[in-house]
Design a protein around this ligand. Structure first.
Ligand code: SAM
Length: 187
């Protein structure tokens, strides 16, 4: 295994399952690594929407996309992902990705929160196409605590199994509350 970092792992699973040239949503833009990944997957034909609540994130992401000559493939939205439904129609997205928590190197108090994360996941599941997938990197412990992780897992556990397949992964032999990659597939 070349790289077991959570974001790399999630990208590899997405690449193995999702079509290229589709419509992708990055629900937590941060420094833009996932947005760049989606812009590359989108190619010339596809499109990307990305959300964040911080101007710092928008600026970092815009810079990264410009540097890689893919800026025209993405629309960067400074708004909470809990309002995602305002920006995308139901049954349109191939992949929606969440990388919860705070901006690395930024203000830890500007972090995703249980209530708005659940609202965003709920809306995201409506926006996903049948056959589409959601990727969620869930963090816990430290400044993040456990409330958000527990609320998300409880919500996902109760999704109807006829409509969704939920696969929860874990770094089994790693201590200190390792991050948790979870994938949801919409039937
Ligand atoms: N995907 C990012 C990357 O590739 O660098 C990392 C994301 S970072 C762990 C989490 C981001 O979620 C932060 O930039 C934070 O500002 C953002 N965030 C917090 N609350 C949010 C909300 N309600 N809607 C959208 N983004 C939010």
């Amino acid at each position: 295994m070349n790289n077991s970092q959570i974001t790399h792992w999630c990208h590899e699973i997405i690449k193995s399952q999702a079509p290229t040239g589709g419509f992708y949503i990055d629900a937590t833009m941060g420094k833009g690594n996932d947005t760049l990944f989606f812009c590359e997957l989108a190619g010339e034909e596809g499109k990307v929407l990305a959300f964040d609540v911080q101007v710092k994130a928008i600026e970092a992401t815009a810079g990264l996309l410009i540097k890689n000559n893919v800026a025209e493939r993405a629309t960067l939205i400074m708004d909470g992902h809990e309002k995602m439904k305002k920006y995308a129609e139901p049954e349109t997205a191939d992949v929606i990705c969440f990388n919860f928590g705070y901006l690395p190197g930024g203000d830890h108090s500007i972090s995703t929160k249980a209530q708005t994360s659940i609202m965003a996941i709920e809306q995201g599941l409506e926006i996903l196409k049948s056959g589409g997938m959601m990727s969620l990197c869930i963090y816990s412990g430290g400044d993040t605590g456990f409330e958000e992780r527990d609320a998300i897992l409880e919500y996902l556990k109760n999704l109807p199994p006829k409509q969704y397949v939920v696969i929860k992964n874990e770094y089994f032999n790693r201590g200190n509350n390792p991050p948790m990659p979870v994938f949801v597939f919409k039937n």
